[in-house]
Design a protein around this ligand. Structure first.
Ligand SMILES: Cc1cc2nc3c(=O)[nH]c(=O)nc-3n(C[C@H](O)[C@H](O)[C@H](O)COP(=O)(O)OP(=O)(O)OC[C@H]3O[C@@H](n4cnc5c(N)ncnc54)[C@H](O)[C@@H]3O)c2cc1C
Length: 448
């Protein structure tokens, strides 16, 4: 029986021109072949796509910025990808201090648009990550100690549910769905089409910094960083990256919402460690701060696949952990492989773990590590080394970040969501009892 509902928007079936371009995700080894991509132009196109998928029994994957870190999240064999990336409106209300963004926007586009108008929008370390996916899982970055996670800034969402109905959720209307949308992760409850976020005035200028050390000083630098970064002034966000032994270095990129003089003073404990080979600390107009922090990261030219794993540290690592980190960095060969740390605290810790779906509020820092490779034949050994390192670091970390998933983690629900997992399953049972929105790491509905 032909389906009642017709697909609308820009529709690309397998075999149509544009199909290969539509299949490209940030991960170049994405190996799924959906039946059709629908590039929605408006919310009604999303609604039609969901109804069509249900009538035709076709599995669904929502997609926004294509930055999923596993290949099976925003694409599925034989399915329909409901892609919102052509829905890119941004409406700033300066008086109310709010901005409504369609979920097809990339984080960098929002941050740059608002910065030019004197407002702050949160961002992470890549401008091309989609606001659609990043927000649902939390959204971490160098401003988080000042304004919280991206999801902490959400005031309201528009979402299309499994029946194709357009719903709204905020503190008063569907509050449980709103709670779950702030950290519960993408692909679980419906296809989100709009986010209303609060926004604050940006300072006219702020300070950025970039410090580089030789690789063999990583232990010294990391030891100091783990005590310094979580307790330094909360206007300072610091991303510490340690590359592979072969060709890598130690680099710290970050920003401080204050003067250069103050930044130099606050950075002193870390810049006086070892012998930095490069040191940039400069005051810039706020829009240039955003440009400095978000180096170009095009999706379609990415050549490396990655395996990530992530967690949170509640206290500085003991010496045994350093041994495992060193072994990992000596083994991995991909040029972008390594460890990445981001300081926690401030605004993140002011929200209680059960107040939103994002549970991991009290750690001192976030940590992720990844291997990367360009030939498919190198995948297995690279995936294995990341997972082996997780096993070794497990005693020193808690949880894992849903946006930086590792599908090797067994019984992962409580690892991603801590004590919020049972409630997330109940919200799932209420809004999507038939589990229409699912993927290999999605939240199963609670049994009622
Ligand atoms: C280079 C790079 C840098 C990154 N840096 C950061 C960072 O600094 N901070 C950080 O927090 N994270 C970061 N991430 C992780 C990122 O947050 C996740 O990969 C996120 O899921 C990407 O969202 P997306 O919309 O771009 O991806 P997509 O591949 O489009 O989607 C990812 C997931 O979200 C779901 N989803 C997407 N859009 C919607 C929607 N509209 N409605 C419902 N579900 C949806 C998808 O189904 C899928 O499960 C980074 C990732 C990459 C590749």
């Amino acid at each position: 029986m032909p389906s009642k509902t017709k697909l609308t928007g820009r529709v690309v079936f397998r075999g149509d021109p544009g199909y290969d371009a539509a299949r490209k995700n940030w991960d170049p080894h994405t190996d799924r072949f959906p039946k059709v991509f629908v590039f929605a132009q408006k919310t009604q196109d999303v609604s039609n796509a969901i109804k069509w998928a249900r009538e035709n029994k076709v599995p669904i994957r929502p997609r926004s910025g294509r930055h999923a870190l596993e290949v099976n999240l925003s694409q599925v064999n034989g399915g329909i990808v409901i892609d919102v990336s052509e829905m890119k409106k941004i409406r700033l209300n300066k008086k109310a201090g709010t901005v409504v963004v369609e979920t097809g926007n990339q984080v960098g586009r929002i941050a740059k648009t608002l910065a030019k108008q004197g407002f702050i929008a949160p961002f992470g370390d890549s401008p091309t990550v989609g606001i659609g996916g990043i927000t649902l899982g939390g959204g971490i970055g160098p401003l988080q100690r000042t304004i919280g996670l991206i999801s902490d800034n959400l005031l309201e969402v528009e979402m299309v549910d499994a029946k194709g109905r357009v719903m709204r959720a905020n503190k008063k209307c569907n509050p449980d769905l709103f709670w779950a949308s702030r950290g519960g992760g993408g692909g679980n409850f419906g296809v989100y089409t709009k986010y209303k976020l609060k926004t604050v005035r940006a300072p006219a200028k702020a300070t950025v910094f970039s410090i580089v050390w030789p690789w063999n000083q990583f232990e010294k630098v990391l030891k100091k960083w783990q005590v310094w970064a979580p307790s330094v002034d909360t206007r300072l966000g610091s991303e510490l990256t340690i590359g592979p032994k072969k060709g890598g270095n130690v680099s710290m990129l970050g920003m401080f919402l204050g003067s250069k003089t103050e930044a130099v003073r606050l950075l002193k404990p870390i810049t006086s460690v070892g012998t930095p080979t490069q040191q940039t600390i400069k005051l810039l107009p706020y829009p240039e701060v955003v440009d400095f922090m978000l180096a170009p990261d095009p999706i379609l030219t990415q050549r490396f696949s990655n395996q990530f794993s992530s967690g949170f540290g509640r206290r500085p690592f003991p010496d045994r952990a350093y041994k495992s980190i060193r072994e990992f960095l000596e083994k991995v060969e991909g040029k972008d492989a390594g460890f990445f740390f981001l300081n926690w605290g401030g605004a993140i810790a002011r929200i209680a773990p059960r107040d939103t779906a994002f549970y991991w509020r009290d750690p001192k820092f976030y940590v992720e590590w990844n291997s990367n490779w360009s030939k498919k034949s190198e995948a297995a050994k690279n995936i294995a080394v990341v997972r082996e390192t997780r096993r070794k670091l497990q005693p020193y970390i808690v949880g894992s970040y849903i946006n930086v998933p590792d599908q090797g983690i067994k019984h992962s629900g409580p690892v991603y969501y801590g004590a919020n997992y049972p409630r997330l399953r109940r919200v799932k049972a209420k809004y999507d009892p038939e589990n229409v929105f699912n993927n290999p790491q999605s939240i199963p509905p609670a049994r009622v």
